[in-house]
Design a protein around this ligand. Structure first.
Ligand code: ATP
Ligand code: MN
Length: 448
């Protein structure tokens, strides 16, 4: 243990060992003779108690040390007589690294509202809940790379600045240079999706995925939309819509497996303080077989429900969040994958079904979130693709390179986009998407 983190000390240190622990004071308690400092360092939720006798080196410095201060405590690991911990650190020397003014430090009391914590986003990573959320976020990112690597997907990087509007997927942010007009020789935007580029790469590498930032000028203040979010977009040659659904289902399950395997204590904390049903929801999702139904069947279920929805249910209309949540939370009570959406409400590049009314799109809906994944089999039949572009009043010349892909060596292929923050919401129980990304960017909000 070169410079052990607190989790290393708790897991591996032996009684009698001498070491230095570095951390922030979570709480301070003074009894007649000794001072107890509970230290955390972000390595996990767990804390190490340091027991400090008067007269040890540095003791005089402790006067103003309280919650939030940073210290280095050297001492001997001993068995703890107290409840709640097996080990503690019997200090021989303490060094104060940084004081935290007890009058102004905002994180001393427990039980701050999420809104308040959002207003101090630069400090909230120090709280237990946000520590847990951001550790889970990190674990999910690593799990993503492991999962796709194990399935033979190559990690690719697609441009963040783009001159093609992939989906008409909503409003975009324009990119301009301060040094030069028309820097790119034509209008340029921040990407809303790496899909079209990923398709080009899948036609060479077979299976690829992106994991990068995505930007949408969503002018709506929902708790599920950010202006800057991260998306994972796998794209696989020789995949059809069923392969795509299989991939989505096993990916979501792999994410949950990782959360339980690596961040069990964080999930437990969030289950206590954020969402009482968190563990149950995750366990159900991990073990359930996802329901697969067509859009038409979904509309029938919604019509038969007798529910008074705010938005009308009608074949041809897009499903709203309330419809999605009804299907997955109340009706099926497990994740639901819906396929065969009307072509009018989906993008031009989706594979046309034989009925000529629907496309091979698939959305994955999960409890509490609604849509977490949107994907499709792509139209690889060149003539149909061209016809659809023209039908929609788009210009073929804007899609020259994209059409080339299927001019040469076209194959069935499919992919999807998973909104990473929605996955983090799902795995943490957090209800506002602004609370699963460290520094959220949303309409009216770009502080920190
Ligand atoms: P929604 O209907 O929820 O607005 P969408 O259908 O516009 O989403 P897609 O274009 O299918 O979204 O994008 C793929 C995934 O990216 C979505 O399933 C969702 O998880 C995520 N996503 C989309 N827009 C946002 C956003 N503004 N903020 C965070 N995640 C998003
Ligand atoms: Mn979608």
């Amino acid at each position: 243990m070169a410079k052990p983190r607190i989790i290393d000390i708790l897991d591996k240190a032996e009684i009698g060992q001498t070491l230095t622990a570095y951390g922030w004071v979570r709480s301070r308690r003074d009894s007649k003779a000794v001072t107890f400092l509970v230290l955390g360092d972000g390595s996990s939720l767990k804390t190490l108690q340091a027991v400090i006798d008067p007269g040890i080196e540095g003791h005089a410095e402790l006067t103003h040390v309280g919650t939030g201060a940073s210290v280095a405590v050297t001492g001997e690991i001993v068995a703890s007589p107290g409840k709640g911990q097996a080990l503690e650190l019997k200090a021989t020397r303490v060094e104060v690294l940084g004081l935290a003014d007890q009058e102004s430090y905002p994180l001393q009391k427990k039980g701050h509202s999420m809104e308040f914590l959002r207003s101090i986003a630069h400090l909230r990573a120090r709280s237990n809940v946000f520590g847990a959320v951001f550790r889970i976020r990190a674990a999910l990112a690593q799990a993503t790379h492991r999962f796709f690597a194990a399935q033979g997907f190559h990690y690719v990087h697609t441009p963040i600045i783009t001159a093609s509007d992939c989906e008409g997927a909503g409003a975009m942010f324009e990119v301009k240079a301060s040094t030069k007009d028309h820097f790119f020789g034509r209008p340029a935007m921040l990407t809303v999706s790496g899909q079209l580029n990923a398709e080009a790469l899948a036609y060479g590498l077979g299976r690829v995925y992106t994991f990068g930032p995505t930007f949408r000028a969503e002018n709506s203040n929902t708790n599920r939309h950010l202006a800057e979010f991260w998306m994972i977009e796998p794209e696989a040659a020789f995949f059809d819509i069923h392969d795509d659904m299989d991939l989505a289902e096993s990916y979501l399950k792999a994410l949950i497996d990782t959360v339980f395997a690596e961040r069990g204590d964080d999930v437990e904390l969030l289950g206590k303080f954020v969402d009482k049903d968190l563990v149950k929801t995750l366990e159900t999702t991990r073990t359930a077989t996802f329901v697969r139904i067509s859009y038409t069947e979904a509309i029938e279920v919604l019509e038969r429900s007798g529910r008074a929805f705010e938005f009308p249910v009608k074949w041809g209309a897009d499903l709203q969040s309330e419809h999605e949540r009804f299907l997955t939370e109340e009706h099926f009570k497990v994740p639901v994958m819906i396929t065969g959406y009307p072509k009018e409400i989906k993008s031009f590049y989706m594979f046309a079904n034989d009925d000529d009314k629907t496309v091979a799109a698939m959305d994955v809906l999960v409890p509490r979130i609604g849509e977490i994944i949107g994907g499709s089999q792509r139209e690889h039949r060149l003539e149909r693709l061209e016809r659809r572009i023209v039908e929609l009043g788009m210009r073929l010349e804007d899609y020259t390179w994209y059409l080339d892909l299927n001019r040469y060596g076209a194959v069935p292929h499919a992919g999807f986009g998973l909104g990473f923050e929605r996955a983090v919401m799902f795995c943490t129980g957090m209800v506002n998407i602004r609370d699963v990304v460290p520094f959220p960017r949303a309409v009216g909000q770009a502080a920190f």
